[in-house]
Ligand binder design. Structure first.
Ligand code: ADP
Length: 309
């Protein structure tokens, strides 16, 4: 729905890092996302008038949608005011880009209603300001795929250089979200600040392999490259039964399995929906006896990013 003064927006969930690409790789999901209504208002600035589905701050400066949107308006020197309604499906702290969905949705919707002065790529740096509020770091690995769709690579942060990568059409993601909260800020704090040369060599070999596999649609190469020797060994400690989820997903054919963003969600990539569903069954069978609530999403890779509904 849209006219010149109001738009309804789908804001996709995203998987950041994608195993080997800590802080640089990300992908967008189709099967899970938020909805937002953005409308022009006579009041200057941004007011968040409604949030459903999650208990999040309505104050503009405390909500990532408000902060990202204001940065964009400031840059555009615009006096136009906006009201935002947020309907959350992605839980905050899930590791499926909850804050990124709101930041990306806000800047894309506002830019649309202002006649699209900026491209999707140009909007990334403003959405990153929302991430700075959520986690203390203006990372782009969720907001880039949320805005551009598909797989993205942040080749450089200074200056910002984001590359859209192709992917094979039969690629599916299965994501399990155990209903325990892991704050991005906390899961960043436990990371080591130094790595060995051996780890670095393994990791950049895998990032190169993943990018090559996506370009050449080589599922085996994608599979071999979905390994993370730097972050996963530390962060996986925060996720109940991570090792079993990973090994049993691969047993039924997943190409790879890792932590989604900063967790606690765990993702697996598979060739074809049938395998993605079999992976979901494995994940369920492990989690049900634990007595921890969880949600599972099976999704194609979203090729469009944020879009009008
Ligand atoms: P995720 O990795 O799923 O985005 P984060 O832990 O990075 O989760 O971000 C969630 C944090 O951002 C929470 O502290 C939450 O209160 C804050 N936040 C502010 N506005 C929003 C919003 N519109 N959507 C989601 N989280 C928000």
């Amino acid at each position: 729905m849209s006219n010149n003064s109001e738009i309804e927006v789908f804001c996709p969930g995203t998987i950041a890092n994608v195993s080997c690409g800590f802080d640089v790789m990300g992908l967008a999901l189709d099967g899970i996302g938020d909805r937002m209504l953005i409308r022009k208002s006579n009041q200057k600035g941004i007011s968040i008038t409604k949030i459903e589905g999650q208990n999040l701050p309505l104050e503009t400066q405390k909500n990532v949608a408000g902060v990202a949107g204001l940065k964009l308006l400031e840059h555009l020197n615009s006096d136009q005011g906006f009201e935002i309604e947020i309907y959350k499906n992605i839980k905050a702290g899930s590791g499926i880009g909850s804050s990124a969905a709101s930041s990306a949705g806000a800047v894309w919707g506002i830019n649309f209603l202002l006649g699209e002065p900026l491209s999707r790529k140009e909007l990334i740096e403003f959405a990153m300001e929302g991430e700075r509020l959520a986690s203390g770091v203006a990372h782009a690995d969720n907001v880039a795929p949320a805005l551009l769709g598909g797989f993205t690579l942040v080749r450089s942060y200074e200056p910002l250089d984001v590359i859209s990568l192709p992917h094979p059409s039969e690629l599916y993601a299965t994501v399990i979200h155990p209903q325990i909260e892991v704050k991005t800020a906390d899961s960043r704090r436990i990371l080591k600040q130094n790595i060995t040369m051996k780890q670095a060599i393994t990791q950049w070999g895998n990032v190169g392999g993943l990018v090559a596999g996506l370009f050449t649609e080589d599922y085996d190469l994608i599979s071999r490259s979905l390994e993370d020797v730097i972050v996963e060994p530390i962060r996986s400690i925060l996720i109940p039964e991570f090792d079993r989820i990973k090994s049993s997903s691969k047993e039924v054919g997943a190409l790879g399995c890792g932590i989604s963003g900063s967790g606690p969600s765990v993702f697996a990539l598979s060739k074809g929906e049938a395998t993605a569903k079999a992976v979901a069954e494995q994940m369920k069978n492990i989690y049900i006896p634990l007595g921890i609530d969880f949600e599972i999403h099976i999704s194609k890779i979203n090729t469009e990013g944020v879009k009008q509904l």
